[in-house]
Structures are given as structure tokens and as C-alpha cells.
Write a protein that binds this ligand. Structure first.
Ligand code: PHE
Length: 357
């Protein structure tokens, strides 16, 4: 019995894998294993012999079984250690394949704009792209038969026959988020609302879906001067120039009074655009003081509060900043274009780390 014990305990200790272990189990304590056969011999013994050999054999069987279990666990631990050692991965290493995917210029510019306005205390608001016509038009002082409705080339959704409610629209601008934000948060308020907007138009400078960022600041003492400062700060940060001249041109929007379209001084010398110098002007946004009726639609008392709003075309300023000639290419998903104009995935724009590369 001592020989059997020595033989198997030694062999189990030396087993190099689970298969060898299983073989040993069969050889020792399997149905026809050496220990099992010895146990069968108990029947032929005298009662006295059996009283000694029985418990001893049982003890041996138990000892071998626990040695097998312990070795099995040790092998599993060793296998795990080996995997942990060989499958080791430094997750802090920079990726070798950052060019596999890239950040679309629209996403990049949206991040840049958000970083700039966040620094001035504006938070980001959102609204639905499928909008009721009340939020898209009426609440913004564009009543039923106002020509602005026709001008906007609106996409309307379909209503079931017999349903006489006005149809929803694909929002034609981000201005409905002004109303939703005022209703939700009241005054004072300072938000920007970037997002997709839709108009039925398609040529080199128009796509049926494009992007705007709305701005809204309401308080008791906000004036056109604040609007001017905020926009100048924005344009300087965004185009990364120290000096920039903006031209506020009187305009008309139903939801602002007075209204101004804002042009930026630029030059096109040699076919490339330079922002901040030159003799040309380029329109980049619409703006104005929020109309009292719009404040009312947002449940804000116009005898106490006033403020400004603006709407910038994100695609437009992306084209200007990154020298992208054709708007339609933004939405073609051409991989060559995306590789050329896209941004590295880990380059998150911040004011301190740099807005662009
Ligand atoms: N919503 C206007 C547009 O899409 C832009 C705008 C926003 C103008 C806010 C004034 C104030 O053209």
C-alpha cells in the first residue's frame, strides 16, 4: 500500500497537464484502477485482515483523490497565470491604427464650438429633429401664412387621412430649441444648441440636411453689445486669429427684433481664404434680440427679461476653417475624403490643448 501511495502521489505531483492527471485517476481509483482492484480483494480476506486493510485502502483512495483535486487546481492556476502573462496588454499604449477611423469635420467643429461657448458659460441643450410646427414656427413668431414658412422649404411628415392636426416637420432650424429650453429652465438662461436641420434644397452650397448651432442668452440686462462681444470672442477663438472684424448688417427674422446678419472680414487671395484681413465679407450667421412674443412662448416675462439669440451654420464655418470646397462631400461617406479631412480620434478639442491640430 505504501508502494501504491508513493507511486501515485509522486506521479500526480509530476503530471504536466489535465489529460495526464485524468489518466492517473483512471489507473489508480478508476473502476479497474489499482486501488479499486485492491478493494475488491477485501472480500477474500478474513474479518481481522479486513478491519485493518479496509480503512487503510479507503484512506489511500481519499488521499489520492484529494491529491488529484489539488493538482488539478494548481494546473488551472498555472494555466491562468500563463495566459495573464502572455496575453498582457498595455491599455495606455497609443493605438497603432488611429487612422482606421477618424472624426468627421462636422463633429470636430461641433466639439470646437461647444468648447468655446462652454468657456463663456453656455451649456448644451438639445431638441427633437422631428418637431411640431408650433415649436418650429408659431412659437418663433412665424404664424400660419407667414412667407418664412414657404422660404424655408420645409419637409412635412404625413398625417393619416382624416387626421386634421397640423403635420410635424423636420425642423428647419435649431431655433425651436430656444423655446424648449426657456420652457424647461426659465430665465436667466445661457445655452447653445447644436444639431441637424433640414430643408428641401440641393446644390453645391445646400444639402437637404445640414447643421446649425443656436445660441441663446436671457437675463434682465443683456443687450446687443453683449451679443457683439460674445460673437467676436467666438470667431477669434474658432478661427484662431487675434483680430477679426465683424460686420453687423441689419436684417429681418420674425423671432428677433432688431435682427442682424453677421459677416466676417476675409480675403480670397490666391484662391485660399484668410479670415480677419482683406476686402471681402462673408456671411456666417443670423442673430438679434429675442422678440418679446418668443419670450412669451417660452413662458418668460418680456417686461423683466431680454436677451439675444443667434444661429450659425456649422457646415459653413467648417468649410471656411478647414478649406473644404464642396458642401455635398460632407455627406458622401467617401473614405478617401474622410481620411483627408477627418481628425484623429483622440484629438479632443479644448481651449487649453488647442482647438485644431
Ligand atoms: N434660425 C435662423 C436661420 O435658420 C438663424 C437665427 C437664429 C437668426 C437665431 C436669428 C436668431 O436662418
Amino acid at each position: 500500500m505504501d508502494d501504491l501511495r508513493d507511486k501515485y502521489i509522486q506521479a500526480i505531483a509530476n503530471a504536466s497537464d489535465e489529460a495526464a492527471l485524468e489518466e492517473l485517476r483512471v489507473q489508480a481509483v478508476g473502476k479497474k484502477g489499482e486501488v479499486s482492484l485492491k478493494m475488491r480483494e477485501l472480500g477474500k480476506m478474513t474479518p481481522e485482515e479486513r478491519q485493518v486493510a479496509g480503512p487503510a485502502l479507503n484512506a489511500l483512495k481519499n488521499e489520492i483523490n484529494s491529491a488529484l483535486a489539488a493538482k488539478k487546481e494548481a494546473l488551472a492556476d498555472a494555466a491562468l497565470d500563463e495566459r495573464l502573462r502572455t496575453e498582457w496588454l498595455d491599455v495606455t499604449l497609443p493605438s497603432r491604427n488611429t487612422r482606421q477611423g477618424s472624426i468627421h469635420p462636422i463633429s470636430q467643429v461641433t466639439e470646437e464650438v461647444t468648447a468655446i461657448f462652454a468657456d463663456m458659460g453656455f451649456s448644451v441643450a438639445e431638441g427633437p429633429q422631428i418637431e411640431s410646427d408650433w415649436y418650429n414656427f408659431d412659437a418663433l413668431n412665424i404664424p400660419g401664412h407667414h412667407p418664412a414658412r414657404a422660404e424655408m422649404d420645409t419637409f412635412y411628415t404625413h398625417r393619416a387621412a382624416g387626421d386634421n392636426r397640423p403635420p410635424h416637420v423636420l425642423r428647419t432650424h435649431t431655433s425651436p430649441v430656444q423655446i424648449r429650453s426657456m420652457q424647461e429652465h426659465g430665465a436667466p438662461i445661457r445655452i447653445i444648441a447644436p444639431g441637424r436641420v433640414y430643408r428641401a434644397d440641393y446644390d453645391q452650397t445646400h444639402t437637404p440636411m445640414f447643421h446649425q448651432v443656436e445660441g441663446l442668452a436671457i437675463d434682465t440686462d443683456i443687450s446687443m453689445a453683449n451679443l457683439k462681444w460674445v460673437l467676436e470672442e467666438f470667431v477669434k477663438s474658432f478661427f484662431e486669429v487675434d483680430n477679426v472684424e465683424l460686420r453687423f448688417r441689419a436684417s429681418h427674422f420674425p423671432f428677433t427684433e432688431p435682427s442682424a446678419e453677421v459677416d466676417i472680414r476675409c480675403s480670397w487671395e490666391g484662391g485660399t481664404l484668410k479670415v480677419g484681413e482683406g476686402d471681402d465679407w462673408l456671411e456666417i450667421l443670423g442673430s438679434g434680440m429675442v422678440h418679446p412674443k418668443v419670450l412669451e412662448a417660452g413662458n418668460i416675462d418680456p417686461s423683466v427679461y431680454q436677451g439675444f439669440a443667434f444661429g450659425v451654420g456649422i457646415d459653413r464655418i467648417a468649410m471656411l476653417k478647414y478649406g473644404i470646397p464642396d458642401l455635398r462631400a460632407f455627406f458622401d461617406s467617401d473614405l478617401r475624403w474622410l481620411r483627408h479631412y477627418g481628425f484623429a480620434a483622440l484629438d479632443v478639442p479644448t481651449l487649453h490643448g488647442g482647438l485644431s491640430r
